[in-house]
Design a protein around this ligand. Structure first.
Ligand code: SF4
Length: 354
């Protein structure tokens, strides 16, 4: 059986390789990958071919990527909030440290599409050291999100070194890792990796699943290994047109996630990133879907639907309107079934003085 490095090395990155597996317009794919590279590892490709368009669309280059004049390359202003290379400091007490330029697959809707897989995206030991040094000098930073690319594509030794260095900084309380590996290349999650990670608690893993078909025997086992290592797993799902913009699909995903010990955390409105317009939905669609999820699932299975607002607005949660009216006597509320209820208010219920 191949190990994860061998699987990754056999990834499909050229038009010629892809055309052996999937029927494509080679000229168009070639045009697209000149701008936005392609990478599909054999595990994900096999799964996507077996399961169909919802998985394939996430990784197959689409000519519409080149004709997007609505969006910006870096709508969240990551580059201008980067005081040292590969570190983003957007919020006072949190930083994002990019430690890997590699991914198990290149998602066509990636927020860092401007960088991922491209020559200008270079991460070195020196750049990581500079990032760690920046965190040391900024005592207000208490939460470090280790990202990339995908950090779990580093070797166990490299991860061990980075996590030890970050954990060693006294003012850092929380360390998080963002990764698509458990769903896209689950073979990477080995008992040894889990052993390395568990040394650095409190450590949280934000993983990325978009469709119930991504939950397989392999990805379930990967999540089990991580959960058994005591690592809380939260899923971030990106709402994608023609892929998961459907209440039944999302409900099935959330239920399956809970069953493999992953808590649905965020449902992200896809960022207005240049080259992904064809995969974005409207906000109305997102609100409608979250309302359906709320009506049909337990609260634990319902992620927060959030929009990451360009211009440093941060993540703003969006909810269907349940509060119809609020006055001194009552709150008029709408239930998930659309019925109206009056909830009594107590006029003298002011916040207690401290
Ligand atoms: S794995 Fe993450 S960083 Fe890599 S292409 Fe997909 S969304 Fe982007």
């Amino acid at each position: 059986m191949k190990n994860w490095q061998q699987i990754l090395q056999s990834s499909v990155t050229t038009t010629e390789q892809l055309s052996k597996f999937v029927q494509i317009n080679t000229q168009q794919v070639e045009q697209v990958i000149q701008h936005y590279p392609m990478k599909i590892n054999p595990y994900f490709l096999k799964l996507a071919i077996k399961k169909g368009p919802s998985l394939l669309r996430q990784v197959l280059p689409d000519i519409r990527e080149l004709y997007d004049d609505v969006c910006q390359a870096d709508p969240l202003g990551e580059e201008k909030n980067s005081p040292v290379p590969n570190l983003i400091h957007r919020y006072r007490d949190r930083v994002l440290l990019m430690v890997s330029q590699e991914c198990a697959i290149y998602c066509r809707f990636c927020t860092r599409k401007r960088r991922v897989g491209r020559n200008g995206f270079k991460i070195t030991r020196e750049s990581i050291e500079k990032g760690i040094d920046y965190i040391k000098r900024h005592r207000e930073v208490r939460d470090v999100l280790i990202s990339g690319g995908d950090p779990l594509l580093l070797s166990d030794e490299q991860l061990d070194w980075i996590l030890a260095a970050v954990r060693d900084i006294r003012h850092v309380e929380i360390v998080r890792i963002g990764s698509r590996v458990p769903g896209a290349l689950p073979q990477r999650v080995t008992p040894h990796l889990a052993k390395v990670l568990r040394k650095y608690h409190p450590l949280y893993l934000n993983i990325h699943f978009n469709h119930p078909d991504e939950i397989t025997k392999e990805s379930s086992q990967a999540c089990q290994l991580l959960a058994d290592a005591g690592i809380p797993l939260g899923s971030q799902t990106v709402l994608l047109r023609g892929i998961n913009d459907n209440a039944e699909v999302l409900a099935a995903l959330m239920k399956k996630l809970l069953a493999i010990r992953v808590r649905p955390y965020y449902l992200f409105q896809a960022d207005p990133v240049k080259g992904i317009s064809h995969l974005r939905t409207s906000i109305e669609v997102g609100i409608h879907l979250i309302e359906k999820l709320r009506a049909n699932l337990s609260g634990m299975a319902v992620p927060d639907y959030v929009v990451d607002v360009p211009g440093n607005g941060g993540k703003i949660p969006l909810l269907p309107q349940y509060l119809v009216e609020l006055n001194e006597k009552e709150a008029v509320l709408r239930s998930y079934q659309g019925e109206i209820y009056s909830y009594p208010q107590k006029p003298d219920l002011h916040p207690s003085a401290h």
